[in-house]
Design a protein around this ligand. Sequence first.
Ligand SMILES: NC(=O)c1ccc[n+]([C@@H]2O[C@H](COP(=O)([O-])OP(=O)(O)OC[C@H]3O[C@@H](n4cnc5c(N)ncnc54)[C@H](O)[C@@H]3O)[C@@H](O)[C@H]2O)c1
Length: 254
Amino acid sequence: MRIGMIGFGLIGQYLYKRAEADNNIEVKIIIDPHTQKPPWLPQNLFCKNLSELSEYDLDLVVEAANASAAIDMLPHIPQKASLFIVSSSSLANHNFYDALRERGEVNNSPIYIPHGAILGTDGIVAGRSLIESICITTRKAPKNLNLSENEIKDAVVVFNGSTREACLKFPANVNSHATIALAGLGFDKTQSIIIADPSVTTMSHEIEISGRGIHWHFKVESKAKGLVTGAYTPESIYQSLKMISGVEKGLSIV
Ligand SMILES: NC(=O)c1ccc[n+]([C@@H]2O[C@H](COP(=O)([O-])OP(=O)(O)OC[C@H]3O[C@@H](n4cnc5c(N)ncnc54)[C@H](O)[C@@H]3O)[C@@H](O)[C@H]2O)c1
């Protein structure tokens, strides 16, 4: 699988290093206009100009930059390439969502959203017809929500509303909410709560789902690795990439 990458920060660099040792994945181009090429990366792989993407023959474009970069990349994606969008909060933008759907239908090409920081999205997709309500509560330190440590001394709810609104207000911090919304009831019917808590060093997401005959309640917690990314996410995203790069031989959990 020949891939192009947009964004070469914490997740992008992790994916590149894992892909280098993977016979099924070949990185052809990496685009990041705002970061220096690390010395260990071959010069011919790195580029700062998004418009060059369309010149490459790619099977998949992997976005791991931010929500606005995900939206901006769309006109430059090679026609035959599928998409893999890590900044899933970008899909809360109606125009982008519609444009993605149209692209998928016209080109008959998949759009992948990795489960990322969250677990259990396969179960949510499978139970979608039974689900009646979903609430996700995220607790992070203020700096991991881009809020001032000086102003927030005790845990405080900084957002309670629809996931669509949460994605528009905190696009870098609620990708897990967006992914749950896409798996289940959509951006408007999913409830998002965000708590800024100066006492935590982890990023946690508590998910409560109710429906006809079901009640699920689970929590995932990771140590913060970067400002917006927890310890589990980069490896989780690589495993999703690996899954779509080829069917594993032998036993699979599906
Ligand atoms: N789906 C999930 O569960 C999940 C979990 C954590 C993070 N994320 C999201 O993944 C994305 C990457 O996270 P990260 O920790 O690697 O962030 P990061 O800040 O370490 O890296 C982002 C990189 O994108 C680059 N960038 C910015 N604008 C760009 C553009 N227009 N084109 C190309 N590159 C651009 C930056 O220079 C930076 O190198 C963020 O949007 C983050 O919110 C998603």
